[in-house]
Write a protein that binds this ligand. Structure first.
Ligand code: PEP
Ligand code: MN
Length: 338
């Protein structure tokens, strides 16, 4: 249920109504826009009589929200959310371009890629230190040592760091070292992890879509994080599983307008894991930006042939630079800032 207040409602009028609904045992979520204030009611609203609230002179209308997600719902928060990642804004007109290797392999590798990514115009650095691999025999990542390498690359370039958290035991370390904490596709429905992340992570969260998650399942996972106390969630579409096996996954471009319709959260696109082939990255990145995404996450490697993970889908720095130039033109056309 949401309460829409009359334009320019004063705080004492707002507080009177809030007190009334909180006395009914409900929690409230206030969203103040330029003109109107919206208050979302969280909890069991089935016994609430909308007319009891509507009689108040400050209230414009009371509406039922039928979706099971409230905090992520655009009805609760009509304006786009803008998330601050260590000073880099994401959402609205602000684009995030996150570039870097699939996994951290060495200090030299990460620093070389980070410098090239920054020179080409990226505004965040990615790198997996803890890697979710299908095979237990594949490279599992450098762990904490990998995070320290990312921190060193941040000191060198100033780029905020994005890295994947797989286990709640490392939350304190991620809070200290990482600027945007990624929850990977395979953990999208690890509800205990989502609750811990919501409760304890002091940094924004990048929530990737599960391999076969519906929009509602994905948004409900964001809702878990938000309801547990962390409102700063960015969604990331990274391709879904279909019958097609030629490409690694199938990029769901429709996710961009659908997520924007249903939620106020920023959505970024990862064309690298979607297609699984480096030459699909450029056309899909351009299409995603044209479709209105709030950012891109692109795997860039200085030596893809020798990469320990995801070389075939990684761009070489020169290719990334060319792509960035083309993206600048599209960003202009869709009124976004790179
Ligand atoms: C990644 O970004 O490194 C990753 C493992 O992605 P996903 O969870 O989308 O497979
Ligand atoms: Mn990867």
């Amino acid at each position: 249920m949401i309460i829409v207040f009359k334009p320019k409602t004063k705080d004492n009028d707002l507080n009177r109504v809030i007190e009334k609904v909180e006395n009914l045992g409900l929690k409230t979520h206030i969203s103040k826009g330029e003109e109107t204030t919206i208050v979302g009611l969280i909890g069991d609203t089935t016994k609430v009589d909308a007319r009891m609230i509507e009689v108040d002179e400050a209230v414009e209308k009371v509406m039922h929200v039928s979706e099971p997600y409230k905090l992520a719902n655009r009805a609760f928060h009509p304006e786009d959310s803008i998330i601050d990642v260590a000073g880099v804004k994401v959402g609205g007109q602000h684009l995030a371009v996150i570039a870097g290797p699939c996994s951290v392999e060495s200090k030299e590798q990460v620093i070389e890629i980070a410098k090239a990514a920054k020179a080409a115009g990226a505004n965040m650095l990615r790198g997996g230190a803890f890697k979710p691999r299908t095979s237990p025999y594949a490279f599992q990542g450098m762990g904490s040592e990998g995070l320290d390498i990312l921190v060193a690359a941040k000191e060198e370039t100033g780029l905020p760091i994005v890295s994947e958290l797989m286990d709640a035991r490392y939350i304190d370390e991620f809070n200290e070292k990482v600027d945007l904490i990624q929850i990977g596709a395979r953990n999208m429905q690890n509800f205990d992890l989502l609750k811990e992340v919501g409760k304890r992570c002091t940094k924004p969260i990048l929530l990737k879509r599960g391999l076969s998650a519906t929009f509602q399942e994905w948004i409900m996972s964001a809702e878990y994080i938000m309801a547990s106390g962390n409102p700063n969630v960015i969604l990331c579409e990274r391709g879904v599983r279909t019958f097609e096996s030629y490409t690694r996954n199938t990029l769901d471009l429709q996710a961009i307008p659908v997520i924007k319709e249903l939620t106020h959260l920023p959505i970024i696109i990862d064309p690298s894991h979607a297609g699984g082939k480096w030459w699909l990255v450029e056309p899909m990145a351009k299409a995603s930006l044209a479709a209105g995404c709030d950012g891109l996450m692109i795997e860039v490697h200085n030596n893809p042939e020798k990469a320990l993970c995801d070389g075939p889908q990684s761009l070489k720095p020169e290719k990334f630079e060319t792509l960035m130039k083309q993206l600048t033109i599209i960003a202009d056309a869709v009124d976004k800032k790179l």
